[in-house]
Design a protein around this ligand. Structure first.
Ligand code: FO1
Length: 327
């Protein structure tokens, strides 16, 4: 069994590739929930939904979030009441939020609700929230502390991020099954999601980091920074304003402490960084990492799985078999 940690769009793409590359039911995805928030009385879980819709083949192929060919009549009607429709919730997407909110009010956990949705949509991957407890990301900016979606969507990531807070993380508990899945896994994959605000909150849930460190399986991350730029979203600017190098090597140094990660997959554009990244104590696989459609996703997933298998079995001095490894 393979466990993947994922944020939104980039994480969802690799999760889909892994689901395509593995036998049905062999994948568990743990998704970030610190972007979750309430709007119009409904509980919105953007990263979980992005992974769910992507695995179900429903995701909008252009923006990566929301449902393909959705319409926005409900949001238009909300705007008639004078409410600014700043967060683009489609009509079909609304159904997910309405039913989730109903189930949560009935006392179901988010883990149960997502499992019900996944079953209804024919998704065979086990999709788990990082916690059933409330955790909320806030970003500190020159304008003050902002809620995550205020920063990300309403203000279009225009503010410099000077600090990040995961409110509630200290008291959050891992859902049943996450620690066991990590202990049993053959490989743990950290998807190419923002290391600070997508993977950061997952690692902040007490017990998760310890489970990663204790896992027998190798841990392989895929860099979301290619050629010094984020593939999507503000990760590059966030790394810069938080004092990190904006490169795959900067991502490597975030994941290097305590030997958290055993291997990093970097793009061919970043080949020159491989030796420096390996000096941080992890192996490197150099391969094209920019994912378009399902074929790219599956290929990157297969190469990541092959790299992980090599790390699990290799004698450190032996030549690596999976793709083009090292400088
Ligand atoms: N991202 C945007 O940039 N603008 C939106 O209007 C927007 C709406 C939206 C609706 C549902 C959903 O599941 C996700 C949505 N996202 C939107 C994406 C999302 O807010 C962010 O990509 C994540 O929170 C960051 O991973």
């Amino acid at each position: 069994m393979i466990v993947a940690l994922a944020g939104g769009v980039g994480g969802a793409k690799l999760a889909q590739g892994l689901a395509l590359a593995l036998p049905a039911g062999d994948l568990t995805v743990v998704a970030n929930t610190a972007d979750d928030f309430d709007l119009y009385g409904l509980r919105i879980c953007p990263d979980l939904d992005t992974v769910l819709y992507t695995l179900a083949g429903l995701a909008d192929p252009v923006q990566g979030w929301g449902i393909a060919d959705d319409t926005f009549h409900t949001l238009g009607a909300i705007a008639r009441y004078g409410r600014e429709p700043w967060f683009r919730l489609g009509d079909q997407d609304f159904a997910t939020h309405v039913l989730r909110t109903e189930r949560l009010r009935q006392g179901a956990t988010l883990t149960q609700v997502i499992a019900e949705f996944a079953a209804a949509l024919g998704v065979q991957t086990r999709l788990l929230p990082m916690t059933d407890d409330p955790v909320a990301t806030f970003v500190d900016t020159p304008e003050g502390r902002l809620g995550f979606q205020d920063y990300f969507v309403a203000r279009r990531q225009a503010d410099d991020v000077l600090g990040v807070v995961f409110a509630g993380a200290d008291a959050a508990r891992l859902p049943i099954g996450v620690a066991a899945a990590m202990a049993e896994a053959e490989l743990i994959v950290i998807c190419p999601s923002n290391p600070i605000v997508s993977i950061g909150p997952i690692l902040a849930v007490p017990g998760l980091r310890q489970a990663l460190l204790a896992a027998r399986a190798p841990v392989v991350a895929v860099s979301p920074i290619v050629g010094g730029k984020a593939l999507k979203g503000p990760a590059d600017r966030m790394l810069a304003t938080l004092g990190h190098e904006v490169s795959a090597a900067g991502v490597a140094s975030l994941y290097a402490p305590d030997g958290l990660v055993d291997g990093l997959v970097i793009d061919v554009q970043d080949r020159a960084l491989a030796t420096r990244i390996e000096s941080l104590g992890m192996r490197v696989l150099v391969t094209p990492t920019i994912m378009g459609g399902a074929e790219d996703r599956r290929r990157l997933a297969e190469e990541t799985l092959g790299f992980g298998r090599t790390l699990a079995t290799e004698n450190p001095s032996a030549p690596l078999a999976a793709g083009e490894v090292g400088a």
